[in-house]
Design a protein around this ligand. Structure first.
Ligand SMILES: *Cc1c(COP(=O)(O)O)cnc(C)c1O
Length: 408
């Protein structure tokens, strides 16, 4: 059994703050500053360039990938960390497209990247950019097709080369059935690419079990790796040695230090490296993963459902003006709960000013993330009381809460 009192103790959480935004940026693991200081002072400071070998900086992205693999049901040595999620989305979709192309015949003639309107814009933008790169003048007829989330299954046709889906919707928390969609994609000759941005550390994921082609995700949300922490990419063992890296940087080369003139992809997921790994950021992420070593994802899921159900019950009983925007059925929801309100931005500012941190997503979504590692049922009830005060007394209705910040 995971001891959630023990995991909560591992985080620095400001006194009096109820943090319901770990779905956007996880809190600081208490061990991270010392860990980073050690890497800075001892490794960078004393080892300098020899740190790459002596401190094992170059091997760390693979080692960290293996620690994340356990949380997302991936096979060992098939997850690599580095870059940002947007870049990993591009890599995964490009590699998936190239797999279809390599098959030739009807597979190579498939022109559609299928996604849904609940996907995060950056994923859609990256797919658009990839299509422009592959098909500059439109002669290939490549197309990004975006359908409603509930229509994905019916659109897995023989025109589709790649299905690019984010499992849990960043706005509403609606969760796709990953196993069913992947199975249907495969049955129709489609390569499945999953974005686990709101899944890793939030819900159990079984990549190996559902045989997903590729998966990507970030480590600064539920995994608590810190602002700008590196992303991860998973490549199915069946594709790992054949997937073509579109971003063919030197560290994904088979022999980076041979400095050959031409690119030869490295073995397996190593080829998904691009350039120099972020050694300092990896140190903070490793400290965050020490906390994850104390957990079992089934326990995390059970507690997450408990917290979300409690929040929905408490808020609905107190705030009739808020409309639930998340699925009511826990099986169809990730680890967040969203409510719609016409003045959602101002209302969230007022709630934040009273110590409950959630966030706002346009046009009208008030979003709250539930992270069992450090959020307790008592805090959920307290948060609902504060939200009730703000809503019932219209405390949001003042000019200062209506001025939009750059980051919402
Ligand atoms: C958070 C998130 C991103 C952000 O990408 P970055 O490159 O890390 O800024 C992308 N896609 C999804 C689905 C996300 O939830």
């Amino acid at each position: 059994m995971t001891d959630f009192n023990a995991t909560k103790e591992m985080f620095h959480l400001p006194e009096g703050m109820i943090y319901l935004d770990g779905n956007s940026l996880g809190p600081l693991p208490k061990a991270a500053p010392a860990k980073m200081a050690e890497v800075m002072e001892k490794e960078w400071g004393d080892y300098l360039i020899t740190g790459w070998n002596k401190a094992g900086w170059m091997a760390r992205p693979t080692a960290i990938g293996n620690r994340i693999a356990r949380l997302i049901g991936a096979e060992e040595n098939h997850v690599m960390v580095g870059d940002t999620l947007s870049i990993k989305v591009y890599q995964a979709v490009a590699a998936a497209m190239s797999l279809q192309h390599a098959k030739g015949g009807a597979a190579a003639a498939r022109k559609v990247i299928l996604s849904d309107s609940g996907n995060f814009p950056s994923d859609l933008y990256m797919a658009e950019g990839l299509i422009k790169t592959l098909d500059r003048d439109g002669t290939l007829g490549l197309e990004l097709r975006v359908v409603a989330p509930e229509e994905v299954a019916d659109n897995l046709t023989d025109e589709v080369a790649v299905m690019m889906i984010t499992e849990v919707d960043y706005r509403t928390g609606r969760k796709h059935d990953m196993a069913a969609l992947t199975a249907k994609a495969h049955a129709n000759g489609i390569v499945a690419v999953w974005d686990l941005a709101h899944s890793a550390g939030a819900v159990p994921v079984d990549l190996a079990g559902c045989q997903a082609g590729f998966a990507v995700g970030c480590t600064y949300k539920y995994l608590n790796g810190g602002p700008g922490a590196p992303a991860f990419i998973y490549v199915n063992p069946a594709h790992a040695d054949v997937a073509e890296p579109a971003l063919s940087g030197w560290l994904g080369h088979d022999a980076p230090f041979a400095f050959e003139q031409n690119y030869r992809a490295g073995p397996g997921v190593e080829r998904m490296r691009v350039g120099t790994p972020p050694v300092l950021a990896n140190a903070a992420l490793a400290a965050a993963l020490d906390v994850w070593d104390m957990t079992d994802m089934q326990d995390v899921r059970a507690r997450s459902i408990e917290l979300c159900e409690l929040f929905i019950k408490e808020v609905e009983a107190r705030c009739p003006m808020l409309e639930l925007a998340s699925p009511r059925d826990a099986d169809q929801r990730g680890s967040q709960v969203s409510f719609r309100f016409h003045e959602g931005y101002a209302a969230m500012q007022a709630v934040i000013a009273r110590g409950v941190i959630g966030d706002f997503r346009a046009p009208d979504i008030m979003r709250f993330g539930f992270t069992p590692l450090y959020v307790t049922p008592e805090e959920v009830v307290k948060a609902a009381e504060i939200i009730e005060d703000v809503m019932v007394n219209a405390l949001w209705d003042t000019p200062e809460y209506k001025v939009r910040n750059r980051v919402t």
